[in-house]
Design a protein around this ligand. Sequence first.
Ligand code: SAH
Length: 406
Amino acid sequence: MNILPEITTKTIAFKLRAKAERMIKKKHPWVFEDSIVKQSIDGNAGDVAVIYDHKKNKFLACGLYDPFSPIKIKMLHFGKATKIDSFFFKSKIQKAFEKRAELLKTDTNSYRLIYGEADGMPSFIADVYNNVLVIKLYSAIWFPYLNDLLTVLVEITSCKTVVLRLSRNVAKLKNNFGLKDGQVIYGKLDNNVVEFMEHGIHFSANVIYGHKTGYFLDHRENRRRVGSLSKHKTVLDVFSYAGGFSVHALANGAKEVTSLDISSQALKVAEQNAKLNKFSGVHKTIAADAFKGLQELINQKNKFDIVIIDPPSFAKSAKEIERAKHSYERLANLGCKLVNDNGILVLASCSSRIVADDFFAICESSLQNNSIQYKILDTTLHDLDHPVILSFPEGAYLKCRYYQFN
Ligand code: SAH
């Protein structure tokens, strides 16, 4: 199994500014560069960073050192001193697996096993698609631990194959120990496109070239919900990607589903994914920019029973927030004109910088400006395999509301 490099690590002692120390006591998982007042020695990515109380010199917490990020320490453990070894990680992964137990009782074999900070492993994602595990690293801190983690992850998930994906930042680092984005680090991958189940619906993801790890598992419960509302209905799925919402709607008896995305390649995949299931409705696709495509549909006087708008993150940095808010407003404004009387508009946002209350307020003021009477059917956040923990509100990014028009 050991095709992975052996990398030795050392331990570095740190002291922090009072404010950062208070955050650590509240178990916040990040320490920024400007919070550090003392560092015992220089370090490499993945060295163990131990934080000591600046007055009493007592152990407070430990994490991994990241020289390449403004977040210099990514926390693993708070409270009593502990050894960071394979037993330590095994217990974290086991705990994470147990948290997903309810989901795994359903007809679903695709799930996020490790959701970074929320599962105590910052910048580390592990998604399972049937018997393929995809590890995505957002930081080089994990390279020294990959060997140990791989053994544990395979044991717990029983996956036959493990694929490594690297974020753009990590992929472009000078020394990645010979590891590449898309590398198969365990077992054999017969096909880049892996088939899996989501609440009884067949689906597939390209684990090598697909966005993130190949698919967006976070919306699983919303897709199930949309599916359950779709029988005999016409559905418009905007920013459809590989057809998550579209396929659930078709497989649940929708009369007609239109998938709209700027990427014609994503739409092709959406068509293929639909065909993995039995359905009798019509599947149409529109390759267009959403803003233009929606306006075009309005001009043609089209209406749908259900309209889902689930765009990519619009606010990737703080300076994009205002523009992002404006884009959400425009989408709600366009989307609501395409909903039939008594139809449903589903609006989602995955921008963590725009909090749920602000997003819903934007959507609702657009509906009010269009004189639409509506009832809120439901409000949802992440599915249970993307837990949100109190000490890390930054991990809450997904919000979605169902508006039933009167
Ligand atoms: N709803 C999907 C996930 C959406 S991901 C699901 O449930 O799986 C975001 C998608 O938006 C990508 O497929 C991307 O191609 C598409 N996209 C990005 N910018 C766009 C634009 N301006 N117009 C239409 N689609 C766009």
